[in-house]
Design a protein around this ligand. Structure first.
Ligand code: DOR
Ligand code: ZN
Length: 346
């Protein structure tokens, strides 16, 4: 008998849509499966004001395929010059769902990010007062810290002191990649959550480095040792309301990935739901997929879950995903999990 699974329609709580030709090419894949997404603001130039966020939202809505229902939830890129009054206005009007903290230099287009966290404490205090969440790229950028230790160091050096200083601030640790990240989130009952990506549930660092350099598995935070991947899988599949899906689908053209200094990011919006069904089935946790992909995120953000549904069907033959999609900016390689997937999403 065909196995099917019907879930409330999922949301993507961390997504890079880019702009222009790339936006037009990748957006339909997210709109296909997801009702809403938190849109990352790391464009060039970054989305730092409410006005820029509204303009970007208009471009996203204009790029949606006819009839598609998809709500972009906008974020502001936090800089040391962010105006608390602008943030307050964006929250009050309902146009801004979160503010994003990139430590300067941590990842793609993060040059305008925060160098000295103390400089943004006034904005963060305002956000705590009005109840606006902070999404955090949790890696220190100090060159002396090994890249595989940057998330753990961030927790000790930045995140924990920040939470003590502004206990009322709601924080989302994004794309957690370590056991330490999982443990830290589990140690806090309220006001701290984490998104987990699809790819970090599937690959460890061997995918990038063993047997040749594979740039399409390079993302940030970089995938860690196997033990960390297993901790992420446990957290994702446990049903724990503090953990939910943020794909961090981050398209770059092949030219920019297959490069002497390749960009970070995996493009997963097209196959995420199929891959998640595979992972949750492997962990005997298909019953918790809805919590992870569709319920826990809305609880964190104080939103209602979606009322319509998505159906996943287990086929007898593997689902074929394209190896690449063509975009107006050039081809983009689709994340290859390196195993066959039998779950189709519709
Ligand atoms: O792999 C990543 N790609 N990690 C990030 O933090 C940014 C993203 C991007 O924008 O390319
Ligand atoms: Zn990201």
């Amino acid at each position: 008998m065909t196995q099917t699974l019907t879930l409330r329609r999922p949301d993507d709580w961390h997504l890079h849509l880019r702009d222009g030709d790339m936006l037009a090419s990748v957006l339909p894949h997210s709109a296909n499966h997801f009702a809403r997404a938190i849109i990352m603001p790391n464009l060039v130039p970054p989305v730092v004001t409410v006005k820029q966020a509204l303009e970007y939202r208009d471009r996203i809505v204009a790029a949606l395929p006819k009839g598609a229902k998809f709500q972009p939830l906008m974020t502001l890129y936090l800089t040391e010059d962010t105006d608390p009054a602008d943030v307050t206005a964006g929250h009050a009007s309902g146009d801004i769902t979160a503010v994003k903290l990139y430590p300067a230099g941590a990842t793609t287009n993060s040059q305008s990010g925060v160098k000295n966290i103390e400089k943004v404490y006034p904005v963060l205090e305002t956000m705590a007062d009005i109840g606006l969440p902070l999404c955090v790229h949790g890696e220190v950028t100090n060159p002396e810290i090994d890249i595989f230790d940057r998330e753990a160091a961030f927790i000790d050096k930045v995140l924990d002191p920040l939470r003590r200083r502004i206990p009322g601030l709601k924080i989302l640790m994004e794309h957690v990649t370590t056991q330490q990240g999982v443990d830290y989130v589990k140690s806090v009952d309220e006001g701290l959550g984490a998104t987990l990506t699809t790819h970090h549930l599937i690959i460890n660092r061997n995918a990038i480095l063993a047997g040749g350099i594979r740039p399409h598995y390079y993302c940030l935070p970089v995938a860690k040792r196997e033990g960390h991947r297993l901790a992420l899988r446990q957290a994702a599949t446990s049903g724990d309301r503090r953990f939910f899906l943020g794909t961090d689908s981050a398209p770059h053209t092949d030219l920019l990935k297959e490069n002497a200094c390749g960009c970070a990011g995996c493009f997963t919006s097209i196959n995420t739901m199929s891959l998640l069904a595979h992972v949750f089935e492997e962990e005997n946790a298909l019953d918790n997929l809805e919590a992870f992909a569709s319920l826990n995120g809305p609880v964190f953000y104080g939103l209602e879950p979606n009322t319509d549904t998505i159906t996943l069907t287990k086929l007898d033959t593997p689902v074929k995903f394209p190896e690449k999609i063509e975009t107006g900016a050039g081809p983009v390689t689709v994340f290859d999990p390196m195993f066959e997937v039998f779950w189709a999403a519709a």
